[in-house]
Write a protein that binds this ligand. Structure first.
Ligand SMILES: Cc1cc2nc3c(=O)[nH]c(=O)nc-3n(C[C@H](O)[C@H](O)[C@H](O)COP(=O)(O)OP(=O)(O)OC[C@H]3O[C@@H](n4cnc5c(N)ncnc54)[C@H](O)[C@@H]3O)c2cc1C
Length: 258
């Protein structure tokens, strides 16, 4: 296993009340959707998607991410990666559906796709206005449709409801890419199948090694590993992942309903 590269935090950007971006003193080569293992000595090592070629964007949800949020400019973190599969473009018109912190891999993908000349539309959702992530970055890539669960900005409702509405009017998309809460992604896949549009999904599971050795992120039934066979899966692969949208394993390996 490669050693973590020790990087210095150059700048910290407060994105939302619960999300910070850590800009590091190195430039990383990665494909959109790939992730790195971030190491805080004495705390843990955890997976995070690249939010740019110099940064990681972290939502505070537990012990590790709280420790990340307590870091200051000039502090050091370990980074090893990039690991895993990436979003791949298809056809001409690509639709991104991102929820919450799932905006991280989707924004890097739609930025790359729009740079390469694909026509990009994004549906971006969050629980409330202040939690919408990377609004300006998404807007620069093409059409952006905002949704909030509480109706404080954009469409009042879920991204998947907006997806249904959009596709009813215009279903000429060649690909949907999605990352966000798993129930949201499950619905996106169902809608994509109904409209015959291929979908790529970025899954999240607890992982330890990040390189397919420990098996902690292995998925029922086939044992595909999120770290190595994913995190981005084509929708046809999901047919073999019976736990998708139903349950996942917690840090101890016990099943937890989604
Ligand atoms: C490939 C990949 C890319 C990721 N990219 C990002 C990113 O760009 N930004 C970001 O903020 N987070 C990202 N995550 C999630 C991140 O790894 C977890 O939020 C982090 O490990 C939480 O650690 P913690 O100790 O703070 O929380 P914990 O105390 O471990 O967990 C708090 C709660 O968060 C949930 N959770 C934590 N880790 C995971 C996990 N790996 N899978 C599913 N649910 C989990 C559980 O519901 C848990 O109860 C990514 C995860 C994966 C697998």
């Amino acid at each position: 296993m490669e050693r973590p590269e020790i990087c210095k935090i150059k700048e910290i950007v407060v994105e939302t009340p619960t999300v910070k971006t850590f800009i590091l003193d190195r430039k990383f080569l990665f494909r959109p959707g790939q992730f790195a293992m971030l190491w805080l000595p004495g705390v843990d090592e955890k997976p995070f998607g690249y939010s740019s070629d110099r940064s990681f964007t972290v939502a505070k949800v537990g012990r590790f991410t709280e420790a990340m949020h307590n870091l200051k400019e000039g502090d050091l973190i370990g980074v090893r990666g990039p690991y895993g599969t990436s979003f791949e473009p298809l056809g001409d018109r690509i639709l991104g559906v991102a929820g919450g912190i799932g905006a991280v891999p989707v924004v890097t993908a739609v930025e790359e796709f729009s740079r390469k000349g694909f026509e990009v539309t994004t549906i971006l959702g969050a629980c409330t206005k202040e939690e919408l992530l990377f609004v300006e970055r998404f807007r620069r890539c093409g059409e952006l449709i905002l949704c909030t669960d509480d109706g404080t900005l954009g469409y009042h409702g879920f991204t998947t409801e907006m997806l249904e509405r959009l596709l009813r009017e215009d279903d000429k998309f060649d690909l949907i890419i999605t990352c966000g809460p798993e129930l949201m992604m499950k619905k996106v896949v169902e809608i994509g199948r109904r409209y015959n549009i291929p979908v790529q999904v970025s899954l999240e599971r607890y992982m330890k090694c990040g390189i397919g050795l420990c098996g902690h992120c292995a998925l029922d039934d086939e044992g595909l590993c999120v770290c190595k066979d994913g995190p981005v899966f084509w929708e046809d692969k999901l047919r073999y992942i019976s736990e998708f949208g139903r349950y996942r394993r917690d840090g101890s390996g016990s099943k937890k309903l989604i």
